[in-house]
Ligand binder design. Structure first.
Ligand code: D9A
Length: 416
């Protein structure tokens, strides 16, 4: 907590969000009356703490269905990601995973020891038991998406198949992320929380996945290279280097940053659809569930842009304070539009005029501003409020932080 406050020292709105988050009573989700269900949410919390809370805030009707969708996909992802599993074993499991989720008692122990979610597959019988308790409508959606994703992953895992063109890049991201957007939209419409239009707009649902996946792929360049996974399209990196791994060579620093800008610009191409999708979502818990990953992604793109550290450091993340602040600020379209405008301005400010994508990225940032002012006029007042918080930064932060730390220490001693 202290390190998070220190990292956000010059961002008082983040310090405030962190303290509020720390002092806020944690919603206790009690599943003790249903051991199997309790085990399910244990696995969900193991896979992603912050996002698990957002899933558990969903209305009851959708909560278990989306929890299981998330865990089934995390299972599939853990097999696809594990480069210690030979293709003879991996490909058939990817192609039949949509049948495996109906096989009571099935488990998988062939993951390498350092696979983060290995235990999820060792106890996958628990996930299958939960899946088989879902309404048939949700089972059908999950099985259909799992089939198409497994087949797509198997195709790109096949020896000799690479992400060469930007069309391949869009296709690969569709298989591993766009399809998730499509499946969730079908669930939102199937349960009646959202209009049938949401399930129909497959283009917008697909972009919800592509914006997240492309941000992750751009962020994880070094980690993926280390594990011999290559998702940056050759059509892009080939303009800046002979081999993809040449981008880490110090003598290629400028070329590497230009290639990074190209990847950032490519991902920004999905923002218009993301905002149009979020505008359709009316159920408050669905809106937050959909909006939080998207604002995390634009904040991550801002952190990545023109940041040579992605070629030297693995696992670079946005500040904890920033994530808590973003989760607090993502409850309606005007606030979300204001956040996208704020980061678009930051990204534009960071652009290097000598970068071949200076104008492209400038135009993309301008378009975000134009779309938001035109379609979400309420975002202007929200932006002013956010900026007031940020502007108070420099002067107010030290005072605020000192006051907050003093307050926390006082509180601690009172309650101790
Ligand atoms: C999502 Cl059911 C994901 N992915 C995410 C998480 O958000 C999307 C996997 C399974 C499900 C949902 C997501 C959330 C809401 C609406 C969506 C959507 O579409 C309409 O997916 C498109 O990243 C994984 C894919 C990107 C492959 C789809 C958010 C999440 N964040 C992690 C951080 C991380 O980087 O993994 O899981 C977290 O916060 O821990």
């Amino acid at each position: 907590m202290a390190s998070a406050i220190l990292a956000s020292l010059f961002h008082p709105s983040e310090v405030l969000a962190l303290v509020q988050y720390k002092l806020a009573p944690k919603t206790k989700y009690n599943y003790s009356n249903d051991k199997a269900r309790e085990r399910l949410y244990h696995h969900l919390n193991m896979t992603s703490r912050s996002f698990a809370a957002v899933i558990q805030d969903l209305d009851e009707e959708l909560k278990d269905a989306i929890c299981l969708f998330y865990l089934v996909l995390r299972g599939l992802d853990t097999i696809e990601d594990d480069m210690t599993i030979d293709l003879e074993t991996k490909i058939p499991v990817l192609n039949t995973f949509h049948e495996i989720i109906y096989q009571k008692g099935w488990t998988f122990t062939k993951n390498g020891p350092n696979e983060k979610d290995r235990q999820l597959l060792v106890e996958f019988d628990v996930i299958i038991e939960g899946f088989l308790k879902l309404k048939p409508a949700y089972q059908t959606i999950i099985a259909d998406i799992t089939k198409r994703m497994g087949n797509g992953m198997a195709h790109y895992a096949t020896a000799g198949i690479h992400v060469n063109t930007t069309a391949d890049y869009d296709e690969y991201c569709h298989y591993v992320a766009g399809l998730v957007g499509l499946g969730l939209s079908e669930m939102f419409s199937a349960c009646g929380f959202e209009s049938l239009v949401v399930a129909k707009r497959k283009d917008l649902s697909n972009s919800m996945g592509l914006f997240l996946q492309k941000t992750n792929i751009t962020r994880d360049y070094l980690e993926d290279l280390r594990d011999d996974r290559r998702f940056w399209p050759k059509e892009i990196w080939g303009l800046y280097a002979e081999k993809m791994e040449d981008l880490v060579k110090p003598e290629n620093c400028d070329k590497a940053k230009q290639c990074l800008s190209h990847m950032v610009w490519n991902a920004m191409g999905h923002i218009k659809d993301v905002l149009e999708y979020l505008e359709m979502i009316k159920n408050p818990s669905c809106f937050k569930f959909c909006a939080i990953p998207q604002v995390m992604a634009i904040a991550t793109l801002n952190m990545l842009h023109n940041n040579y550290k992605i070629f030297t450091h693995e696992n670079i993340k946005i500040r904890k304070g920033e994530t808590v602040w973003l989760m607090k600020e993502s409850d309606n379209i005007d606030k979300v539009a204001a956040i996208f405008r704020l980061y678009a301005r930051e990204i534009n400010k960071k652009s290097d005029p000598l970068d071949p994508h200076f104008v492209n990225i400038g135009v993309a940032c301008g378009e975000i501003e134009q779309i938001c002012v035109g379609k979400y006029p309420g975002s202007t007042a929200e932006l002013a409020r956010l900026q007031a918080g940020v502007m108070a930064g420099t002067s107010g932060s030290i005072i605020t932080a000192a006051a907050v730390v003093a307050g926390a220490v006082a509180l601690k001693s009172t309650f101790a």
